[in-house]
Ligand binder design. Structure first.
Ligand SMILES: *[C@@H]1O[C@H](CO)[C@@H](O)[C@H](O)[C@H]1NC(C)=O
Ligand SMILES: *[C@@H]1O[C@H](CO)[C@@H](O)[C@H](O)[C@H]1NC(C)=O
Ligand SMILES: *[C@@H]1O[C@H](CO)[C@@H](O)[C@H](O)[C@H]1NC(C)=O
Ligand SMILES: *[C@@H]1O[C@H](CO)[C@@H](O)[C@H](O)[C@H]1NC(C)=O
Ligand SMILES: *[C@@H]1O[C@H](CO)[C@@H](O)[C@H](O)[C@H]1NC(C)=O
Ligand SMILES: *[C@@H]1O[C@H](CO)[C@@H](O)[C@H](O)[C@H]1NC(C)=O
Ligand SMILES: *[C@@H]1O[C@H](CO)[C@@H](O)[C@H](O)[C@H]1NC(C)=O
Ligand SMILES: *[C@@H]1O[C@H](CO)[C@@H](O)[C@H](O)[C@H]1NC(C)=O
Length: 554
């Protein structure tokens, strides 16, 4: 070690005259070479000087760490830490600055020493076969610390990189996911506390099973789900509109990864905080501060599985219980539900056969679709085929679009319990939940997704139709009936209201009626739609039987 010590002393003399000196005591360098280690106090700058690597200590700690920060942001913003669980600890006094050393070394590639300069505190664990004096450590303009092997300046090979070992911050061009060849797993882990960058209990990782999803875990338990990947974002994360970025999503036999890219002139980061929140932010030069543009988990409905299975968490009704059951389901424990504990979830309403009995789908709009780690995806299916595929398979509980770009394509089907669905006021996807014929008709009748305005319009049209057509015709029929014979079949009413709702999302219509202008509905549907043929819904009697008011919505 003595020889190295001499070398870096020379280094200081040589570099002391460089013009870029962040402060009077630190030395800015461009690379670390085997005979030129970096000492506490020096900083390694990226070529554009946006990022710096050096020794730092968290605000209320005397331990020292090697980390990367945004060099041009006045409040030191640490984005990566090397020896996060192996700090340089002051031994005799409260001051460890001056003893740390970051070196390129034949044994481990890149190592950090504390007071004991024989045993490294931390090592990159690179097994070096070639002569190690061809190695250089550099800080790239992305903030990535790389260990390069140079072949006489002809070619470079990356032996190790900091971006393969993310800490609590995602930077542009940093990948999250899985390298299937090297088995490297790229995920975030929180700091233990603001004063300790050691590995904390929170992690944010991507689960490639089923339809890929991102999860926030505390220990092993999922606490928040970003949702499934729907082409340009996670389904449970709002679209960011005022920031320009590109996302690269790779899923092949070599790797599974997601990475966002941004112009280098924008300083941006996504941090997993010590208390388990994901906060993306952008540095604002004018305000001289990091401005967050979003964060999660934030609301009660963000909590994973807050309302158990087969439910929809919807906090839009202030004061009301946020848990509701998905269409066709009811609370498993009505008592717990009443006491505002939704964790028991919902079960299928009993007594109804669900498959092949006139069942169909009810659209649940603007939701984070259920946990898709066991869902099935087929990118080749058309939207129509997706619905038919789900209808055909009795184990299919719901379906949705797999990718929301270009109007949406692909097909995801769920075959088990539907976990962690939540409603958004203006984000999310449409989910189609399988229900039996009676529930289907009930939803069609009561509301669907029609606004008050629409309901009013339909009511007015109904009244007009009633006045213009039904009244005169009935009058005429009544007069005719008095003269002639009477044909009446109360239990096969014909509904002539044309409805795209029934066409798109239910299998109520059989093939023959699909092509005619007059759809036929089966008895249960009609019964439900007319409130069991209640008098209130009866408009009058026609030549073919009684005429009922049925309101059908899109
Ligand atoms: C710097 O960071 C500290 C701790 O996060 C914060 O309290 C302080 O307000 C920040 N200062 C500026 C100028 O942003
Ligand atoms: C720690 O030691 C360094 C160099 O010996 C000195 O510059 C610095 O002021 C000391 N810091 C504290 C907090 O004592
Ligand atoms: C290097 O290996 C040691 C011992 O196996 C391990 O504790 C340490 O975390 C490794 N370091 C890195 C950077 O992976
Ligand atoms: C992490 O979880 C363990 C076990 O629950 C707990 O003992 C520990 O204090 C937690 N650590 C932090 C930093 O919260
Ligand atoms: C996004 O991608 C397009 C096309 O690949 C490219 O032209 C553009 O520069 C990229 N933008 C950013 C911010 O990386
Ligand atoms: C989807 O279509 C592509 C190209 O037409 C084909 O290679 C692939 O096998 C199909 N996948 C499935 C699941 O049918
Ligand atoms: C229905 O879906 C399940 C789950 O994906 C699958 O195992 C089963 O083979 C499918 N059944 C039919 C008839 O396609
Ligand atoms: C639609 O009707 C169902 C059943 O009548 C009801 O539970 C649900 O709250 C209604 N939805 C809307 C958006 O009004």
């Amino acid at each position: 070690m003595n020889s190295t010590t001499k070398c870096f002393a020379m280094n200081i003399i040589l570099l002391n005259f460089l013009p870029i000196l962040p402060s009077s005591t630190s030395i800015a360098i461009g690379s670390i070479k085997p005979n030129q280690p970096m000492r506490d106090g020096d900083v390694l700058l990226s070529s554009t000087k946006i990022f710096a690597l050096g020794f730092f200590r968290p605000a209320n700690s005397h331990n020292r760490y090697v980390g990367v920060w945004y060099n041009k942001v006045p409040n030191q913003t640490i984005v990566w830490v090397a020896n996060r669980d192996n700090p340089i600890i002051p031994v005799t006094d409260n001051n460890a600055s001056g003893v740390g050393l970051l070196a390129v070394h034949g044994n481990g590639g890149l190592v950090i020493y504390g007071k004991d300069q024989n045993t490294p505190l931390w090592s990159a664990n690179v097994s070096v076969s070639s002569p190690y004096n061809s190695m250089t450590a550099k800080l790239l303009d992305t903030g990535n610390l790389v260990l390069l092997e140079e072949d006489n300046g002809l070619s470079q090979r990356v032996l190790w990189q900091g971006f393969d070992h993310p800490t609590n911050t995602i930077l542009p061009f940093m990948k999250l996911g899985l390298d299937r060849r090297s088995k490297l797993n790229w995920f975030l882990t929180s700091w233990k506390s603001q004063d300790d960058p050691g590995i904390g209990n929170w992690s944010y990782r991507i689960d490639p099973s089923g339809v890929p999803q991102a999860f926030l875990y505390k220990g092993q338990a999922p606490r928040w789900r970003a949702g499934s990947w729907i082409g340009e974002r996670w389904s449970g994360v709002p679209k960011v509109t005022n920031v320009i970025y590109n996302v690269s999503f790779v899923n092949n036999q070599d790797e599974f990864s997601i990475m966002y890219m941004m112009s280098e002139s924008i300083f941006s980061r996504i941090v997993l905080g010590e208390s388990g929140t994901i906060v993306p932010s952008i540095w604002h030069d004018q305000g001289q501060q990091w401005v967050k543009y979003w964060s999660a988990p934030e609301e009660e409905c963000d909590e994973y599985g807050k309302c158990g299975v087969n439910s929809n968490c919807d906090s839009s009704n202030m004061g009301e219980f946020e848990c509701t059951c998905l269409p066709g389901y009811e609370p498993k424990s009505p008592r717990d539900w009443y006491l505002r504990d939704g964790s028991g979830g919902c079960v299928r309403k009993s007594g109804v056969s669900i498959c092949g009995n006139g069942d169909g789908f009810v659209k649940v709009a603007r939701v984070k679709v259920p946990d898709s780690s066991k869902a099935r995806v087929n990118m080749n299916l058309s939207w129509k085929a997706c619905q038919q595929e789900c209808l055909r398979n009795c184990s299919c509980k719901a379906y949705a679009k797999a990718d929301e770009r270009w109007g949406g394509f692909g097909c995801v089907t769920w075959h088990g319990d539907l976990m962690d669905t939540r409603a958004f006021s203006n984000a999310g996807q449409d989910l189609y939940v399988r229900v039996d014929a009676i529930v289907l008709a009930k939803y069609a009748k009561s509301n669907g997704s029609l606004s008050k305005k629409g309901k009013l319009a339909i009511s007015l049209v109904s009244v007009l139709v009633f006045l213009l057509l039904v009244v005169p015709i009935s009058y005429w029929l009544v007069r005719r009936k008095r003269k002639g014979k009477q044909r009446q079949n109360k239990y096969s009413p014909r509904v002539t209201t044309r409805s795209t709702y029934f066409e798109d999302s239910t299998a109520e219509l059989d093939e023959s009626s699909m092509h005619s202008d007059i759809p036929f509905f089966d008895l249960t549907t009609i019964a439900a739609a007319t409130d069991n043929f209640s008098l209130a819904n009866k408009l009058g009697k026609g030549g073919f039987g009684s005429v009922y008011k049925v309101v059908v919505f899109e």
